[in-house]
Design a protein around this ligand. Structure first.
Ligand code: GDP
Length: 319
């Protein structure tokens, strides 16, 4: 059994690789909901949507978000009606937000709604939101205390970041199945998602970090930092704002209390050697996912890193 913790962009690409090599009944995906927000009165869950569309083969590959081939008639009409349009919801994407909002207002939980939408799209793997309670990632900047989507999408993550917090996390509970999926997995994978804003909210839900520490699963993280910078997005700025180095060492520190193996890009082999000397298992592989083949190869590398006994890995690297 394989459990993945993920956000929506780097994470969804990695999940695309995994879904092609792991039988769906063996795969559980725990998704960040810290970016969730109300948009035009609808409940939007950006990372759950990206993962769901990816698992259904419907994610737009050009944009990296939203539905493949979507149109934007509603967006234009809302603009003409004087509504904000900085968050680009396409017409088919809107159908998801409308259905989710309807089911939530019928009294269903976010996990029930997520499962229902996934089943309707023919997805057999389990997609679990991290929590059914509202946890909101807030980014403190000189222009104010922003929601993650305001910081990231509306303002293009240009503002200096003073701090990041997860409002509501201390009162939140993990969604049903989350703790069990971590405890009973053979392998737990942390996708190459933003450690602070995608994995951070998941770890902030009480009980999840402890479950990772106590799990007998091999825990493998794939670094979103390659060559001392984030592959995309604000992971570097957010790690620095939280006091972590913008390096594979910073990623290792972020996950230090439960991590077994860190998978890093081959070009970071020297920094990897330093981490090994400090006692961490580090596996090098091509970690930039440009093509579908790259995604599959990285997913295979992460699983191989999880399955290799430490002694064999050391022996292989000494050859
Ligand atoms: P979000 O929820 O949309 O912010 O998406 P994620 O947190 O899942 O993904 C963003 C992270 O993915 C960034 O920190 C990137 O550095 C990382 N990322 C994006 N593409 C790649 C890639 O091809 N390889 C690796 N290793 N990381 C990537």
């Amino acid at each position: 059994m394989i459990t993945v913790l993920t956000g929506g962009t780097g994470g969804a690409k990695f999940v695309d690789g995994l879904r092609q090599i792991v039988p769906p009944e063996e795969l559980t995906i725990i998704v960040n909901t810290g970016d969730d927000m109300l948009w035009w009165g609808l409940y939007v869950s950006p990372d759950v949507d990206s993962v769901t569309y990816m698992m259904a083969g419907r994610l737009s590959q050009e944009r990296g978000w939203g539905v493949k081939g979507d149109t934007f008639f509603a967006l234009r009409a809302m603009g003409q009606l004087g509504q904000p349009i900085w968050f680009h919801a396409g017409d088919r994407d809107l159908a998801t937000h409308i259905l989710r909002s309807k089911l939530l207002s019928d009294g269903k939980t976010l996990s029930e709604v997520t499962a229902e939408i996934a089943a309707k799209l023919g997805i057999k793997a389990r997609i679990l939101p991290m929590s059914n309670s509202r946890v909101e990632t807030r980014v403190l900047t000189p222009v104010g205390d922003l929601s993650f989507e305001e910081y990231f999408v509306q303002r293009w993550y240009q503002d200096p970041v003073e701090s990041v917090r997860f409002a509501g996390a201390s009162d939140a509970e993990p969604a049903p199945g989350v703790i069990e999926a971590i405890r009973t997995a053979d392998i737990v994978l942390l996708a190459p998602s933003n450690p602070v804003s995608s994995i951070g909210p998941i770890l902030a839900v009480p009980g999840i970090r402890a479950a990772l520490r106590e799990s007998r699963a091999r825990i493998v993280a794939v670094s979103p930092i390659v060559g001392g910078a984030a592959v995309s997005g604000p992971a570097g700025a957010l790690l620095a704002a939280q006091g972590f180095a913008v390096s594979i060492g910073g990623v290792a520190d972020f996950y230090r209390d439960f991590l077994d193996v860190l998978v890093v890009d081959s070009r970071d082999f020297q920094a990897a050697e330093e981490l090994r000397k400090a006692g961490l298992r580090v596996s090098c592989a091509p970690a930039i996912m440009r093509t579908v083949e790259d995604r599959v190869a990285l997913a295979k590398a992460a699983l191989a890193a999880a399955m290799q006994p430490p002694t064999m890995e050391a022996a292989a690297e000494n050859l």
